[in-house]
Design a protein around this ligand. Structure first.
Ligand code: NAD
Ligand code: ATP
Length: 529
């Protein structure tokens, strides 16, 4: 076939395609007859194949249209789901705002019984309090905000002025401990932009000090179980705090029973009966005292999913990395903490959510699981390697093939992560440790990621075995293929009181507790001749 004949045939075929498309609507018009003759002429030139391929082309086209329709349907469904989710978040937000407004209104209403003067006084006091948490007048004045939730409840009309109020908390301020007023380095921005040049602020000692603004009144004791010496010390300390400082004391239900069995004197000691009361503890307790080892500090922290009162940890365990206070000197130590400003370490925690494959992207529990040390994802009883896909925000990090993975806080860096080869990190360094457990790879080094990222560890569908997550060494949860664990830093750190300051305590612990880099010094026999 010549080039001209082929062009003519193609033209005829193209026309036929157009007609084929329209014929179903215009079967009776004159054009069809006219085109049929053209078709007849065309059949003389064009072999059957191109026409068949035209049909194939149409099939392809309609297949493509079906795909487009399917995609559009999916997009519409996704949009509807996103709108529903946005509406739900908006509803939650509005409920939150409404509840805050209601609370504010109730405070003013509750106090209106005192008359107009009292109300005005309260309103101006609230204005003052709001001003005091303003960045410039509170934080800017060398402090970290701590006021808002610490205000006393409005006294009821029948309450005697000196009567102890349940739920009253002692307000405190957190101050940078960098030479106090003499030094204003802490006031500067971390990064400045002077004459177009980026400059980081000079670093100085940013030890945080806690200063009570009125004396603390309520102490919670958390004690290591099954130890007579711990129980005896707890009883002695409770007695001392009541008799010398007239403190309110909370203990765990188990300890309350044990103290009452010992002596009915301990009738004044308070405890809780259900989870709701545990949740409200942070509104009543000024200070937590732990008696035990690191496990007891972890246990105390686990009672507080939200804000945590300052923790004073007395050492009654064997290692005591996070328990700097010597229990034999409890009078002196507690006397100082109750009356004077003291250094604290703000220990960040991780909040973890389990997302089941079956539940799509819904988290398993609304409340996160909070850890002070680490969350571990390991192979549990399985004899297969764990196979875990890890993402940091939306970036792929790596696949872990080995015994598992530890996602640790900096406080936990000296615990399990250390045993798996992770670095020891000062607890005030903002970061998240990513430490593999026995990776089957020669090149898998531990990582330290910034504290603002969200990590997602997923068991892929082609994983041979299950994985198990455990939280501060407790509460194992099974993760099947498609399930994921999501971790980020919790907004609620654990403020632990320091014996000296954050750095001195940390170094003392790695020296005395872990015997870090202990080696006999080389002998020196004098300079060689
Ligand atoms: N191979 C290991 O080293 C290993 C294995 C499992 C669990 N752990 C750790 O045990 C912790 C639970 O502690 P526990 O007391 O309930 O269990 P536990 O009684 O088994 O004690 C574990 C040991 O870890 C020490 N420890 C705990 N937290 C520490 C920290 N932040 N820094 C330094 N040492 C610390 C404790 O003093 C104790 O000696 C877990 O969070 C995990 O970090 C370690
Ligand atoms: N108040 C508590 N209620 C229940 N369990 C607790 C409580 N305090 C501690 N535990 C648990 O008791 C165990 C031992 O506690 P802890 O680690 O404090 O003592 P230790 O083992 O003697 O000290 P160290 O960890 O320094 O060796 C831990 O597993 C911890 O989780």
């Amino acid at each position: 076939m010549s080039a001209d004949e082929l062009a003519a045939a193609t033209e005829v075929r193209d026309e036929r395609i157009n007609l084929n498309v329209t014929t179903s609507h215009k079967t009776e018009n004159g054009d069809i007859t006219k085109v049929s003759s053209v078709e007849r002429a065309a059949y003389a030139f064009v072999p059957q194949t191109p026409i068949r391929s035209t049909d194939a082309h149409l099939e392809e086209f309609s297949e493509a249209m079906r795909t487009v329709a399917k995609t559009l349907r999916r997009v519409a469904e996704g949009k509807a789901a996103a709108q529903a989710e946005a509406a739900e978040w908006k509803r939650k937000y509005e409920l939150e705002v409404a509840s805050k407004e209601r609370k504010h209104h109730n405070v003013i209403k509750g106090c209106s019984n005192f008359g107009k003067d009292k109300l005005e006084q309260l309103t101006s006091q609230m204005a003052l309090e709001t001003a005091s948490i303003d960045q410039t007048s509170c934080c800017g004045n060398h402090g970290i905000c701590s006021h808002q939730i610490l205000q006393d409840e409005c006294p009821g009309p029948n309450r005697k002025p000196d009567e102890k109020m349940v739920g009253r908390k002692a307000p405190f301020r957190l101050l940078w401990g960098c030479d106090g007023d003499k030094n204003d380095q802490h006031k500067r921005d971390f990064v400045s932009f002077e004459k177009g040049d980026i400059k980081t602020a000079e670093r100085s000692n940013k030890q945080i000090l806690l200063k009570w603004e009125s004396p603390p009144q309520t102490i919670l004791f958390v004690t290591k179980p099954n130890s007579n010496s711990v129980l005896a010390l707890c009883a002695e300390m409770v007695r001392w705090l009541k008799e010398h400082n007239n403190m309110n004391v909370f203990v765990e239900p188990r300890v309350s029973k044990e103290l009452l069995t010992e002596d009915s004197y301990f009738n004044f000691v308070q405890t809780w009966n259900n989870d709701q009361e545990v949740k409200a503890l942070h509104t009543k307790v000024d200070l937590i005292v732990t008696l035990g080892g690191d496990g007891t500090v972890l246990w105390a922290a686990s009672l507080f999913k939200g804000p945590v009162p300052p923790v004073v940890a007395f050492s009654l365990g064997s290692l005591g990395f996070m328990t700097p206070f010597p229990s034999e000197q409890y009078r002196e130590c507690l006397g100082n903490v109750l009356k004077r400003p003291f250094s604290i370490t703000l220990r960040s925690r991780l909040q973890c959510h389990v997302v089941r494959d079956a539940a799509k992207d819904e988290v398993e529990t609304e409340e996160p699981i909070i850890v002070l040390n680490e969350v571990t994802i390991d192979r549990g009883m399985s004899s297969y390697l764990t196979y875990l896909e890890c993402y940091c925000d939306s970036s792929f990090v790596t696949c872990v093939q080995g015994d598992g993975l530890i996602i640790s806080t900096t406080s936990g860096s000296t615990a399990y992560s250390l045993a798996a080869g992770g670095s020891m990190v000062h607890p005030q360094v903002p970061g998240i440790l990513f430490t593999p457990i026995c990776p089957h790879s020669l090149s898998f080094r531990p990582l330290i990621l910034p504290e603002y990222v969200t990590l997602r560890v997923q068991v892929p569908f082609n994983s041979r075995g299950q994985a198990w997550a455990s939280f501060d060494g407790k509460g194992r949860i099974q993760l099947g293929p498609g399930d994921a664990l999501i971790c980020s830093i919790s907004p609620w750190p654990v403020p632990t009181a320091c014996l000296v300051d954050s750095t001195t305590d940390f170094l003392r612990s790695i020296h005395e507790g872990l015997h870090w880099n202990l080696r006999k010094s080389q002998s020196f026999d004098g300079p060689s001749a």
